[in-house]
Design a protein around this ligand. Structure first.
Ligand SMILES: Cc1cc2nc3c(=O)[nH]c(=O)nc-3n(C[C@H](O)[C@H](O)[C@H](O)COP(=O)(O)OP(=O)(O)OC[C@H]3O[C@@H](n4cnc5c(N)ncnc54)[C@H](O)[C@@H]3O)c2cc1C
Length: 404
């Protein structure tokens, strides 16, 4: 049986592991963290990623767990609607609307589809040889609080594993990308920091919206079960943070339109996550080298403005499993197949990185006159090009997975 080693148990790595196992591959996932718990936030999953999840029989479970994004759109800081989106129209056109759920629910659904013991926690990959598929890893002396994954022995050396295929799903600061493409400049700071918070918001009315002010954004995304996922961005130098981030959010957004002040009043201080937003500003020359395929943020980290980073990682994963072929027989000649993976993914993902980045630039505008012009242009475009503000349109949402 062909063997794949997946580096990283984020959404991209876990989806790849499920997709490869379903094609008959023996899969080992190596994850340096001590737990599979993802950050406590919400996630938008669009029609394209739901179609990809359908190929691993996870789409319907995710639809069931999620809230449909509903009608919404882009508003000004004062609450004026600049652009409206219709969930019904998106669903009619692409078969699904955008759905919203907690990240942990998606991770749980993926892990439940893996053969027990596939994921090895506390295991850090230190070297990968693209010619032989040899992966070198060390196992740290960490705890293993996550019973869904194989425990790591204290101080055990994970040693070397020979793999037919290595999937580098090791995130935006990917050590594998740095090693295989040393000439690539790596991630750059987008100029914006982000906050995410899950708010127990029973009784706070709200519909899905993203509001744009001068250099600032506030998103409101109601989830199933009375929780609302809120996110925000602001233009600040990288490396801030610390202190009371809920107080900071209330200071920045407490005067914005309803229901933002009520949501911030209902939020709990310990639940606010703050992360500086990095992205790749230059494409990789390829999404593979030898037997190694790069996937998700490792290959094409983007700003979150289109809500497509994880969706593209999910697409990558199912396409990679398709290209890799059945793993049940003798080891596949993976190195000769991976150029097809790059051909299927590089151009598509890079267009989305670029589009996300241009929306990010628009949200960073702070000059009052330029803000007024931006808002007027947004309102005009949305009136003249119905569906333009669903963020993506046919090119992104209309994607279909390959069929075996
Ligand atoms: C504010 C914000 C909001 C977002 N909202 C959305 C959204 O609504 N919808 C959407 O589709 N996307 C969204 N995204 C993007 C999305 O979060 C990412 O694109 C996605 O999580 C990337 O998944 P990944 O599996 O590629 O990487 P990651 O989730 O970063 O996983 C990488 C894993 O690799 C592990 N790792 C790293 N190095 C090693 C090593 N040497 N050995 C072993 N393991 C290693 C890490 O510990 C980590 O677990 C958002 C991003 C931000 C910042």
């Amino acid at each position: 049986m062909a063997h794949a080693v997946v580096i990283g148990a984020g959404i991209g790595g876990l989806t790849a592991a499920v997709a490869l196992q379903r094609r008959g591959w023996d899969v080992t996932v190596l994850e340096r963290a001590a737990s599979l718990e993802p950050v406590g936030s919400g996630l938008a999953v669009a029609a394209n990623a739901l179609k990809a999840l359908d190929t691993i029989d996870a789409g319907d479970e995710i639809r069931k767990l999620s809230a449909v994004q509903g009608d919404g759109g882009v508003r000004s800081a004062g609450g004026r609607w600049l652009a409206r989106t219709s969930a019904e129209a998106v669903s009619a056109q692409y078969g699904d609307s955008v759905v919203l759920l907690r990240r942990a629910q998606l991770v749980d659904a993926l892990v439940a589809r893996l053969t027990p013991g596939t994921v090895r926690l506390n295991t850090t990959v230190t070297a990968v040889d693209p010619d032989t598929g040899r992966v070198t890893a060390t196992t740290g002396a960490g705890e293993n609080p996550d019973r869904r994954a194989a425990p790591a022995e204290q101080g055990e050396a994970a040693g070397e594993i020979e793999a037919d295929l290595v999937v580098a799903a090791d995130g935006i600061h990917s050590p594998v990308r740095n090693a295989l493409f040393p000439e690539h400049p790596g991630p750059v700071y987008s100029g914006t920091t982000s906050w995410r918070v899950l708010v127990p918001a029973e009784g706070v009315p709200g519909q899905a919206s993203e509001s744009w002010g001068a250099g600032r954004v506030f998103g409101v995304m109601p989830l199933a079960g009375g929780t609302t996922y809120c996110y925000a961005t602001d233009v600040v130098p990288a490396g801030g943070g610390g202190g009371d981030q809920l107080a900071e959010l209330r200071r920045l957004f407490g005067g914005w339109h309803d229901p933002i002040p009520a949501l911030l009043a209902a939020a709990e201080p310990g639940n606010v996550l703050r992360n500086d937003v990095y992205h790749l500003a230059a494409p990789l020359p390829a999404m593979h080298r030898g037997r190694v395929a790069l996937l998700g943020d490792a290959a094409h980290a983007m700003t979150p403005n289109l809500g497509q980073g994880a969706c593209q990682a999910i697409e990558d994963a199912v396409v990679l499993a398709y290209v890799a072929g059945p793993g049940g027989g003798p080891a596949a000649d993976v190195a000769s197949r991976l150029p097809d993976y790059t051909a299927a993914r590089l151009e598509r993902t890079w267009k989305i990185v670029t589009r996300s980045s241009s929306i990010n630039r628009a949200t960073k505008i702070r000059n009052p006159l330029a803000v007024r012009l931006r808002d007027t242009a947004t309102a005009l475009v949305s009136r003249l090009v119905p569906g333009a503000m669903s963020g993506a349109g046919e090119e992104i949402f209309g994607w279909r997975p390959p069929t075996a």
